[in-house]
Ligand binder design. Structure first.
Ligand code: SF4
Length: 272
């Protein structure tokens, strides 16, 4: 389908589409928010750029109607995006219409689609199936032990690291193959979990990702929720507090450790 030229309309502040925001990794990334009303996630990570998650849930349902996303997308600046990223105000796989939305974006725009997920629902075959059409899926993995998982990600009751790993392994077996899917692990390293880094690298090796991204928090932790936190803004619009981070030498050493342990391409995103 050849889409009509989109008029130069700025995204409405409560649109399900935001950006494009510049990322040195993927270029201009257009964000899709399938949650929108408030921050909604099965994790409440200690470093989350959304701040304290307002709705902590693992319930899959439709949070924003597909028709609304389609309308917002058509009115966005999608032509200037290099990639479309599903993350937004929380965990995108909670949205039951994620597959439908991925399909629409690819058909309408021809742009590649990336999904950022915390992996808590990957044990569900229906969720894994929904993600097969994405060009890139990045799974968050910030710990190698259940204690570290609970400390870094503060999951909803019932979510375990063992489940995330089992789901990620099942997805690895189903994703890619004769389709061009790229599986990435996104790992946040902070003073809180740096002691688990060696074990995290060993764990990452068992998942055979196509790429590993080592991150440090790029922004202070917001003390209130605001919709504009979902974008990659330099200055938060709400009060925030600084997070403790590892230093650049530690980040360099960890990149080498992960490269040697996993044999995978590793990118280290030190605060940008
Ligand atoms: S998984 Fe992502 S959205 Fe959810 S709390 Fe963690 S950083 Fe925030």
């Amino acid at each position: 389908m050849t889409p009509p030229a989109s008029p130069a309309i700025m995204n409405h502040p409560s649109s399900s589409i935001y950006g494009p925001v510049k990322s040195w990794r993927v270029g201009a990334s257009l964000g899709v928010d399938l949650l929108l009303e408030t921050s909604t996630c099965s994790f409440n990570c200690i470093y989350c750029q959304l701040g304290n998650i307002q709705l902590k849930t693992a319930e899959r349902k439709i949070y924003v109607a597909t028709e609304q996303v389609e309308k917002d997308f058509k009115h966005s600046d999608w032509q200037h995006a290099d990639i479309v990223t599903l993350s937004g105000s929380g965990e995108p796989t909670l949205a039951l219409n994620i597959k439908e939305v991925i399909h629409f974006i690819k058909e309408y725009s021809g742009k590649p689609v990336m999904v950022l997920t915390n992996g808590t629902l990957l044990h569900d075959a229906a969720v894994r199936h929904d993600l097969l059409e994405a060009d890139k899926v990045a799974i968050k993995l910030d710990a190698a032990t259940e204690a570290g998982f609970n400390q870094m990600n503060r999951p909803v009751p019932g979510a375990t690291l063992a489940n995330v790993i089992a789901g990620a392994k099942a997805f690895r077996n189903e994703y890619g193959g004769n389709k061009p899917g790229v599986l990435c692990l996104q790992m946040m390293i902070m003073p809180t979990n740096v002691a688990e880094a060696k074990a995290m690298a060993q764990l990452a090796a068992t998942l055979t990702p196509d790429e590993i991204q080592l991150n440090t928090p790029k922004r202070p932790y917001p003390l209130e929720w605001a919709l504009d936190s979902r974008g990659n803004h330099e200055a938060a619009s709400v009060p925030s507090r600084e997070l403790r981070v590892i230093n650049e030498d530690e980040a360099r050493a960890l990149k080498t450790l992960f490269e040697q342990t996993t044999g995978c391409p590793v990118v280290s995103v030190y605060r940008e």
